[in-house]
Design a protein. Structure first.
Length: 161
């Protein structure tokens, strides 16, 4: 019987093999054209929203690796019942935090008209706002608005970028 790991290996290997055959079969003039076009690449200016996108990608990669670990624990036959329960609870809290992060980002966008990135870890909420000016009054208003969403005391930080 083929397990998941072998199936993934075969899938990735076949993709690499197809790409290698395509690269070898490609006409030489196409390669020369690709190399010439490489010099025409323009420099890209980084905007504030790009830094938020980078934070989102980093958080997504971190979440994905955590999800993979939790799924491997859940699917492992040698895992104890307690380990599986803990992994399931972590998975539920991870999904709940993700939903809450999106809700807070929407709240900030609607009330303060700023793009934001929110990261929740246990009782700590980190908010990054896409704004060059560092306004303490605005930060305090955001903290108050976010705290209204929770009954427990949360440690909320606001950072401007």
């Amino acid at each position: 019987m083929i397990n998941k790991q072998s199936l993934w290996f075969l899938t990735l290997f076949s993709i690499i093999l197809v790409l290698a055959v395509y690269y070898i079969a490609m006409p030489n003039n196409t390669l020369a054209t690709l190399k010439e076009n490489k010099s025409d690449i323009e420099t890209i200016n980084i905007e504030e929203t790009d830094s938020l996108a980078a934070l989102r990608i980093e958080a997504l990669e971190e979440t994905e690796s955590t999800l993979n670990e939790l799924h491997s624990i859940l699917l492992n036959e040698n895992s104890t019942l307690e380990e599986r329960n803990d992994a399931y609870e972590d998975l539920k809290s991870l999904n709940a935090n993700k939903a809450k992060e999106e809700q807070i980002e929407k709240l900030i966008k609607e009330n303060f008209k700023f793009q934001s990135f929110v990261k929740i870890k246990k009782d700590t909420i980190s908010i990054t706002i896409s704004n060059k000016t560092h306004d303490t009054e605005l930060a305090n208003n955001i903290i108050r608005k976010v705290q209204e969403q929770y009954t427990d005391k949360m440690y909320i930080t606001v950072k401007f970028q």
